[in-house]
Write a protein that binds this ligand. Sequence first.
Ligand SMILES: Nc1ncnc2c1ncn2[C@@H]1O[C@H](COP(=O)(O)OP(=O)(O)OP(=O)(O)O)[C@@H](O)[C@H]1O
Ligand SMILES: [Mg+2]
Length: 256
Amino acid sequence: MSYAVEAENLTKYFGNLIAVDSVSFKVKKGEIFGLVGPNGAGKSTLIRMICTVLRPSAGKALVEGYDIIRQPQEVRKLIGVVQEKLILYAPLTPVENLEFFGKLYGLDSKVLKERIAELLEEVKLSAVKDKPVGTFSTGMRQRLNIARALLHDPKLVILDEPTNGLDPQSVRWVRDYIVNLKNRGLTVILTSHDMYEIDELADTVAIMDKGKILEIGKKEDLKRKYGATKIEDVFLELTGRDLRDEISGRLRRRGW
Ligand SMILES: Nc1ncnc2c1ncn2[C@@H]1O[C@H](COP(=O)(O)OP(=O)(O)OP(=O)(O)O)[C@@H](O)[C@H]1O
Ligand SMILES: [Mg+2]
């Protein structure tokens, strides 16, 4: 099996609103899969279905061969998620936070202790391991959030806008760490509004808008297809066209 994720006609309605509209795609094992799209495109909803947090309205998906609807427990063991919002307890220390989440995953205390020490070293938080998380900078909290996602040794790591709102040093650290995850053989799904980030990190790019995947392919193939030097240009060509046509239409009508 060479795919980490195989989704077929995945669909999610919120009432009458179709947030994800019959989306099909495959994520290859060991690649960085960049998922981009304007606000409200349906990226986070799609991710939440893959993570088994939201139940699809229709369609199906397999994670490492396990069905997200019929085998959610298996799927959860294989996925580590860094969500848009940080989930950490401010009065607790990094060690206490990780112990809490590790226990939720049912990890054995001795294994958990070792894993926490190893991860805190990796995300450069060993020196502050006994300080309350509430005193941390946003960058430090995000590093801890990443450690939390890796506690149970997942095969697929999903990061939803992981560098949003971070300072340049923290952004650099997170990007390098994502490459490091790939080099260790993990599969990564990454969403971002920063096209430079996607251009730097992603192997495959999926461009989503209004619940649909408009285009998907290897980053270099997409650039070639659209005669672009940057993924940003492909993105704007596909998602900015309506807006551009509308504005140029208005300008024409006003004699410009
Ligand atoms: N729990 C919910 N209940 C109702 N509507 C929702 C819910 N979650 C998302 N939506 C709607 O579904 C659509 C897709 O939202 P989603 O958060 O998946 O987009 P996104 O691509 O992640 O956007 P952003 O870039 O702003 O994070 C939006 O119209 C949003 O308002
Ligand atoms: Mg989102």
